[in-house]
Structures are given as C-alpha cells and as structure tokens.
Design a protein around this ligand. Sequence first.
Ligand SMILES: Cc1ncc(COP(=O)(O)O)c(C=O)c1O
Length: 378
Amino acid sequence: MQFETLAIHAGQEPDPTTGAVVPPIYQVSTYKQDGVGGLRGGYEYSRSGNPTRTALEECLAAVEGGRRGLAFASGLAAEDTLLRTVCRPGDHVAIPGDAYGGTYRLFDRVHQEWGLDHTPAAGHGVDAYRDAIRPGSTKVVWVETPTNPLLGITDIAAVAQLAHDVGALLVVDNTFASPYLQQPLSLGADAVVHSTTKYMGGHSDVVGGALVLADDELGERVAYNQNAMGAVPGPFDSWLVLRGIKTLGVRMDRHCANAERVVEVLASHPRVTEVFYPGRPDHPGHEVAAKQMRAFGGMVSFRVAGGEQEALAVCDRTEVFILGESLGGVESLIEHPGRMTHASVAGSPLEVPGDLVRLSVGIEAVDDLLEDLTRALG
Ligand SMILES: Cc1ncc(COP(=O)(O)O)c(C=O)c1O
C-alpha cells in the first residue's frame, strides 16, 4: 500500500466490538486479568502498553517503512530514550552543526554530564561528518535534515555508509521533512526520530515524540527502555497524533506549495538579504534534497536587512503569521530563533545569526500569507 493509504489504515482496523472506524481512546491505566498472568491482548498496564498507543505505533512504523514504531511523551523524550539505550559513558556522538536547540542542549547539558561526548559537524556535508567521527568511540551519527533553523541538507545515504563503516548507528531526525517527504530508513538510517508535535500531529494541539527502528533487535531494546524509563504519551495524545497522520500527505502538499510562493516573494524582496530553502536551485544542498525528498517542505528561514532589531520588528508586525515557537501546524508561525527556539545554543558552535527569522508556512490561502509578509517587511 502507498503512503496515504497506510497513513489512514495502518494499525487502525475497525474496532472488533463496535465497528468504530476510528481507534477508540482507551483512557485507562490498567486491565482486568483472567487469572494471574492471563492478559487479554497482552495489555497489563498502560505505561507498558495501551491499545490507542499501539495503533499509533503500528502506523508510525508503517509510514516510515520501519520494523518497530514507538511513541513518546515528546520528541526530546524519544531522543533521550534512544541515546540511553545505545550509548554508554565514554562513548561519542557526531552531531549536526545546526540543529534544534533543545537537541543540542540534551547532548551538551545533559548527556555530556553522564560521560557521553559529542562533536558538532562543521557543516552539513559528508566531509564535515567524517571529520566529526572518532572511529572506535563514535557509537551514533546524528543527522537532522533539513536542519532547524538553517535548512541545511545532509546526504542520508552517504552518511549512513560513513557511520556503518565505523560501526556506528545512523539516527535521522525527520521532523522537518516528515515521512511523506523523506524516508531515511530506506536510505540506510537505523533509526528515525520525530517530534510528532510538528507535522505528524499537524494541528498545534499535542506534544509528542516517536522513534522508528529499522530492525527488530534494536526495536526490542528501545521498547524495553520505553517501558523501563516511562516517557510514554497518554491515550488522548496518542489519538491526536494518529488523527493528524491521516492527513499528513495532503497537508504537506499544501505546506510545500505555499512555502514555494513565500520563498519567491522573499527572494526578490529588497529587505531580505538571504533566503534558506532547499528548493532553491542555489541552495548548496539542493541536489541532494531533490534526490532524497519528494518536495522541499514548509519551513523557510531568511535574514533581514538591518540586523537583529529589524528581524525582531518583522516578527512583531505579522498578523496572519502568529509569533510563536513550534512548527508544522496548519497555521503559519513566525519566530526569531536566536531569542526563542535556539536561545539555548547562544555562544555554542550552533549559534544562529541574530538577523534570522524562521517561518513555518501553514496551509492558509497563500495570497493572505504573502500580503502579511510583505506588509511586515515594510
Ligand atoms: C527538529 C526537532 N527535533 C526535535 C524537537 C523536540 O521535540 P519536542 O519539542 O516534541 O520535545 C524539535 C522541537 O522543536 C525539533 O524542531
């Protein structure tokens, strides 16, 4: 079955009791046992398993083309569970030179203190990752593509080869692209990470995370720790993400189409000094993006003439684009990464320019978005 069909049906057989076509929200913590150890359908306690979450996890595995899908309370909870499953004190991780600030903070401020060292790649290319790898101690190569917020592109297949040559796992944060636009496991990645808060949920009404693993053995190890560490989503949150995934394909088509129009306008605007979007032929990662992505996504960043104060003023002036953190919802959002989502990377190798503005282009009527941005730029 193709992506759009899997998104609607995988893990979601009509309810055997009532025929309900949508998996019910099993708002329950525990399950009656038919005698000690006599579990019905394998459920004993909702941290270990819940039928609504199972439906989501089966759907996640199907849409990413993986062997095992696991849902978490947030994207960062998913990242943390994966790292603590596959790394030990003394190990090393090669990380992106541009990434979501919270991901960098997890490596730099949390895992570093437990003895997990990291090196940011000095760029998005294969050579930058090769230089960041320490053969022998690198256990994970962590890629975000496109990156947040600079929309850098990394060649997943090439870096998978690099990682596997030194016996490391390749983990890809697929939050910006979503599995509709890009399927890292099919390109050689071992694990995919999502903040399902973003495009997967799609409506800015839930915080969640996901891991999809390429093989059963790794899937089992992470599933064990999902239960042992306990950062699971509740039934209602699982249901919201599952509902969001059903429309992911049509939403992404519209996000991409709107973003392309926004990029055209920004690129020719005299108050915009640089536009970051992998769909632009002059983007350094354009060819790789065209090879590994179906389209170029709904995220756009740009630099504003006049520096940080002007960038902040543009963020204040939009009306349709809502000033706020997060991304990937149906509504357009604008933000200043340096002061908002990426404040935690200030002073680090991942620091972002002060004149940078990031847009999450929503699925509203594009003319309203263009008018709003043009007015805000002045
Ligand atoms: C690319 C990326 N990865 C991971 C995360 C973390 O996800 P969450 O906020 O759901 O913990 C985010 C959040 O913004 C993100 O943008």
